[in-house]
Design a protein around this ligand. Structure first.
Ligand code: FES
Length: 314
């Protein structure tokens, strides 16, 4: 079940409004008046845009309800075209195909303190988490790096909110203030972060272990095997050879197998499958290798195998 399946719904773009410099907020409502599925902080959806573009955007869940979803989109002049289309060509009244929401970046239900870290447009899931945590009373601090006050989404609200620190001028690159911040956190504090790759790389290499949860918007690129390996589908017993340089997803689709997928870039999580036997090599940015081990899963659009055979729960 790929991009043209029943996992999609048609929503009308009912409003576009200014969020911050280069960021617009888009409201989407159902055509038929039916209630939208509920969403939790950290959830995202796929927008299917003209030119077969499928792009993932975090829902601003505190602004979402049964009648509308809201996403924030930064115009990326160097990007692959999704945000440019949304900023330059989308019009109120248009209908967009949208996936059902997914959440691979959920808040835990613990009561331990939380430190939220956002860089640039990474504020969209982080703001949703902040609003959700404010309601639970769980201790939370939010640090938001933005290029300037003009570029900061929800700045007016956040600059006076308790527990929030806004940092300007450095949304990427080495950040000594980020390291200083980590040094001041208590050992039980959970960290949730979304932002530029350089910021997340820095956090990944800070030895935070399972306390760190990150969401990346950008694909790391597929991991393709240099040699062939076999994939066995446990439910049907079908067996396939994955040639060097090919993805499992492509081989299964060409064979007519019914598998879920969406972005084909390792960022959306739609193609996640359970690994029953074998040793996958992960190419996605949805989960860390540790999280995959815990979940016994892999993304078949971008990951390969270190073992000669993978047994998948398909
Ligand atoms: S299809 Fe999106 S992660 Fe594989």
């Amino acid at each position: 079940m790929g991009p043209s399946d029943s996992q999609r719904m048609a929503l009308r773009l009912t409003a576009m409004r200014y969020g911050a410099r280069e960021i617009l907020l888009y409201e989407l409502e159902p055509l038929d008046g039916n209630a939208l599925p509920p969403v939790s902080a950290g959830a995202h959806l796929d927008l299917h845009l003209p030119g077969d573009l499928i792009r993932q955007y975090s829902l601003i869940t505190s602004l979402c309800d049964a009648e509308r979803y809201v996403v924030g989109v930064k115009r990326d002049a160097e990007g692959r075209g999704g945000s440019r289309w949304l900023h330059d060509q989308a019009r109120v009244g248009q209908t967009l195909e949208v996936s059902l929401p997914r959440n691979h970046f959920p808040l835990s239900v613990a009561e331990t303190p939380v430190c939220l870290i956002a860089g640039g447009i990474g504020i969209t899931p982080i703001y949703s988490m902040f609003k959700a945590l404010q309601q639970t009373g769980r201790p939370v601090q939010l640090h938001y790096w933005s290029r300037s006050p003009e570029h900061a989404l929800f700045r007016r609200e956040l600059e006076t909110a308790p527990g929030v620190t806004l940092h300007f001028a450095r949304a990427s690159g080495p950040q000594s203030d980020l390291l200083a911040l980590l040094g001041n956190l208590t050992a039980e504090t959970e960290i949730y972060a979304c932002g530029p790759g350089s910021m997340l790389d820095q956090l990944d290499s800070s030895g935070l272990g399972e306390r760190l949860h990150v969401e990346r918007f950008v694909s790391a690129g597929p991991v393709l095997a240099e040699g062939a390996f076999n994939v066995v589908l446990a439910r049907s017993g079908h067996e396939y050879v994955i040639p060097p340089g090919e993805t499992i997803l492509n081989v299964l689709l060409e064979a007519g197998e019914d598998v879920l997928y969406s972005c084909e870039q390792g960022v959306c999580g739609a193609c996640e499958v359970k690994v029953l036997e074998g040793q996958p090599v992960h190419g996605d940015t949805v989960y860390s290798a540790e999280e995959h081990t815990r979940r016994s899963s892999m993304m078949i659009c971008c990951s390969s195998s270190a073992s000669a055979r993978l047994l998948l729960d398909i």
